[in-house]
Ligand binder design. Sequence first.
Ligand code: CMP
Length: 140
Amino acid sequence: MAVEHTLSIIKPDATRRNLTGKINAVIEEAGLRIVAQKRVALTRAQAEGFYAVHKERSFFGELVDFMISGPVVVQALEGENAVAKYREVMGATNPANADEGTIRKQFAESIEANSVHGSDSLENAAIEISYFFAQTEIVG
Ligand code: CMP
């Protein structure tokens, strides 16, 4: 296994309910290290650009509206096998299908308001981290 980086976003449903610390406790308990972090109000253009891969999907407009409905916390996570590890820690996209103990099982409200985002591959992790952070802002 190799040390990897992945992008995490704590979404507006979670910041609204003041769950940033509880979610990050689960992340850190799992052995992942937060090596970059900022709380931001995404612009519509930023949210559309970030989710551009989903722009043909029926839920795209609602997803963008939701992601700009409140602050988000964007983070780079570091750890052994971080991409797959974080996806395991998050649980399934739809909280109804998420395993016990996962972030989405514990905290998510719905498939859209599902509390967290995580990169789905090492290649996308690099793209997504660079969307929000300069290399100099990643401090391990
Ligand atoms: P995320 O991992 O951030 O990637 C895309 C997001 O679209 C996903 O989490 C969900 O929050 C959201 N979404 C909304 N509706 C759907 C859907 N029907 N299928 C998949 N993702 C959806």
